[in-house]
Write a protein that binds this ligand. Structure first.
Ligand code: FMN
Length: 362
């Protein structure tokens, strides 16, 4: 029976356990999307995770509209990541880079251009900009002839990530960002080969994944999906019809691991809508046979059970890793988890507060 503390091979990456750190945007990079020194300490503190999936990292200026989030499209950003990755490796950890294009969830004051999406639409609620909180702007529909350049940005970003020393990359295809906007029919109303049928809506994900695989090798590529429920205004009318075939397609492409962020019964995530759409991981498990990582609101007991029962090969933890840098040790020794303070989740102005000052258990 597999155990949460057993090693596992994710493509070319051998992890020391199956307690993974989920991607967590923390907003501690500089205004040019270059990682700061503070991030070295933060990631190093969490190096005992079997695998760290980095915070979402912009593949281009067009795709990055989160203030003080890092990027990986230029040399200064590559150089900024290098000491972070080296420090994690020196502690025996593994780290992959989550590749991010935010689609409609950006603001022109940050990217310098109107947001782009599969179809014209405006995200609900507000975005934080360097000039304060603003409503989202209407996104324009991408022309099909613009897509190859974005696909190439993903491939270049993946190469840059490997250059910086990352052990691999994870394509962010979840949470209402660009790829997810293509996958789901709530945000994709196209009538060309990128819209309509599930197969057409999966086309952009397939092209991005294939290009990233060609750039760095399938053994270093993972993907994240959020198959059920509404996230940041993006929703699908019948998720099973698109996400199960998408998982099968990713298996056929040879993707090394798949991470699912699923809304489940006891989820208490503050920023996702409750849903009665079924969890799809049991069906996805049947078509995606490489390692499957599950996420959202797992307790230590549920994580152990999910791995032992074969429901998942590993569990990723988000908020618990914010407040518990030593989460692996705590799970192993039944030590209570600290709770994170939402106020300091994002924001370079908080510096180390709520970032690198959560105590380790003695
Ligand atoms: C502060 C914060 C930042 C997040 N940033 C990202 C991100 O950059 N990429 C991503 O895919 N998900 C992101 N998420 C979602 C988490 O990876 C995770 O799915 C969510 O926290 C639920 O898992 P948990 O219940 O273990 O916290 C973020 C969540 C939080 C709380």
């Amino acid at each position: 029976m597999p155990n949460l503390f057993d090693p596992i091979q994710l493509g070319s990456i051998k992890t020391s356990n199956r307690v993974f750190m989920a991607p967590l945007t923390r907003g501690r990079a500089d205004k040019n999307a270059v990682p700061t020194e503070l991030m070295i300490e933060y990631y190093t503190q969490r190096a005992t995770a079997g695998l760290i999936i980095s915070e979402a990292t912009g593949i281009s200026r067009q795709g990055l509209g989160w203030i003080n989030a890092p990027g990986i499209w230029n040399d200064a950003q590559i150089e900024g990541w290098k000491p972070i990755i080296k420090a994690v490796h020196d502690k025996g950890g593994k780290i992959v880079c989550q590749l991010w294009h935010m689609g409609r969830l950006v603001h022109s004051s940050i990217t310098g251009e109107q947001p782009v999406a599969p179809s014209p639409s405006t995200a609900p609620r507000y975005i934080h900009t360097y000039e304060g909180k603003k409503p989202y702007e209407e996104a324009r529909a991408l022309r099909a002839d613009e897509l190859p350049a974005i696909v190439a940005d993903y491939a270049k970003a993946a190469q840059n990530a490997i250059k910086a020393g990352f052990d691999g990359v994870q394509i962010h295809a979840a949470n209402g960002y660009l790829i997810d906007e293509f996958l789901r029919d709530g945000t994709n109303h196209r009538s060309d080969q990128y819209g309509g049928s599930p197969e057409n809506r999966m086309r952009f994900l397939r092209e991005v994944t294939q290009a990233v695989i060609n750039a760095v090798g399938a053994e270093r590529v993972g993907v994240r999906l959020s198959p059920n429920g509404e996230v940041q205004g993006t929703v699908d009318s019948n998720p099973e019809t698109v996400f199960v075939p998408a998982a099968k397609m990713l298996q056929d492409l040879g993707v090394a691991w798949l991470e699912l962020r699923e809304w489940k019964e006891n989820s208490d995530f503050e920023f996702a809508e409750e849903t009665d759409q079924p969890i799809l991981s049991p069906k996805i498990r049947k078509v995606f046979t490489n390692p499957l990582i599950l996420n959202q609101n797992y307790t230590a007991e549920e994580a152990k059970e999910a791995v032992a029962s074969g429901h998942a090969d590993g569990i990723s933890f988000g908020r618990p890793f914010i407040a518990n840098p030593d989460l692996v040790h705590r799970i192993k020794n039944n030590i209570t988890w600290q709770k994170s303070e939402i106020k300091t989740w994002y924001g370079i102005e908080y510096g180390p507060k709520g970032y690198t000052d959560y105590p380790f258990a003695s």
